[in-house]
Design a protein around this ligand. Structure first.
Ligand SMILES: [Zn+2]
Length: 88
């Protein structure tokens, strides 16, 4: 049975989600991963089997279906910049 490790709720719904994993400093996106989402707090939980399948997918011989370019934001850098502007 589902048991949320964050809030302890036992109610969840099944969803598919996209997750970014960091493989040797290279981000990769895995789409349509089945996950249980806690109804109370929204925490996503992957089953042991799903986690293992993702691991095999990323470290096996499977070729990516497509490549995308991503825009990257740095929260830390932007908050420092914000301080500089505020105190200038
Ligand atoms: Zn929860």
């Amino acid at each position: 049975m589902f048991n949320c490790h964050v809030c302890g709720s036992q109610e969840a719904r099944e969803e598919q989600t996209n997750e970014i994993f960091q493989i040797d400093d290279k981000p990769v996106l895995v789409e349509h991963i089945p996950t249980m989402v806690c109804i109370r707090c929204g925490e996503k939980t992957f089953s042991r089997e799903t986690t293992e399948q993702v691991r095999l997918l990323l470290h096996g011989d499977t070729k990516p279906v497509r490549a995308i370019s991503m825009e990257v934001f740095d929260f830390f850098r932007s908050s420092i910049l914000g301080d500089t502007i505020r105190y200038a």
